[in-house]
Design a protein around this ligand. Structure first.
Ligand code: AMP
Length: 191
């Protein structure tokens, strides 16, 4: 089963994806994680995307589609969870084509709904908790970048809600509850 977790930054996509990996043996494909890894390892691509990411803007479709293509060719597991990808209509079209090439399909797109003020609070708290624990703080986890990331979401990613609705595989869930409640809602969709 291949699924997309769709939602704004701070909606809890990564947290829920992590649990699906643990419990169902699925493979999490997070383009955000891949891009951060590229930065840390100092690759040419990592250097190119660093400033864009820190500002909270989207990196080019070409780069993220390339990353996903690579993973689809190599990663093995009990289905893929796309986390933070696709983020534009061009990425969504590319994902459909890549899956079709493999004879695979998309089984569910789960939109996690959370209001803006909660998102900003969650992300600013995430940064404060990491700092207090002596862990690295994401350069884009500050209020200014978060507001830009939200605007990018509404302008470029939210149109995917209509796109997948039209394709017939969208389910929207309330992402505001406790982690366990959101998890149960996702399980209800996946069966
Ligand atoms: P995330 O960890 O998903 O919040 O992503 C962090 C940052 O990486 C985003 O704000 C973008 O700059 C970049 N990024 C991650 N995934 C994508 C994507 N699918 N398309 C464009 N940029 C992305």
């Amino acid at each position: 089963m291949n699924i997309i977790l769709l939602g704004p930054p701070g909606a809890g996509k990564g947290t829920q994806a992590g649990m699906l990996v643990e419990e169902r043996g699925m493979v999490q494909l997070s383009t955000g994680d891949m891009l951060r890894a590229a930065r840390t390892s100092g690759t040419e691509m990592g250097k190119i995307v660093a400033d864009v990411m820190d500002r909270g803007e989207l990196v080019t479709d070409e780069i993220v589609i390339g990353l996903i293509r690579e993973q689809l060719d190599t990663a093995k597991g009990n289905g893929f969870i796309f986390d933070g990808f696709p983020r534009t209509l061009a990425q969504a079209d590319a994902l459909g084509a890549l899956l079709a090439e493999k004879g695979a399909s998309l089984d569910a797109v789960i939109e996690m709904q959370v209001d803006d003020e909660t998102l900003v609070k969650r992300i600013v708290n995430r940064a404060a908790e990491a700092a207090a624990a002596g862990q690295p703080v994401r350069a884009d986890d500050n209020e200014d970048s978060v507001r830009i990331r939200l605007m990018e979401y509404y302008k470029k990613t939210a149109p995917l809600i209509g796109y997948y609705h039209a394709k017939g595989n969208l389910t929207s869930i309330d992402g505001l509850g406790e982690i366990a409640e959101v998890k149960a809602a996702i399980a209800g969709v996946l069966g």
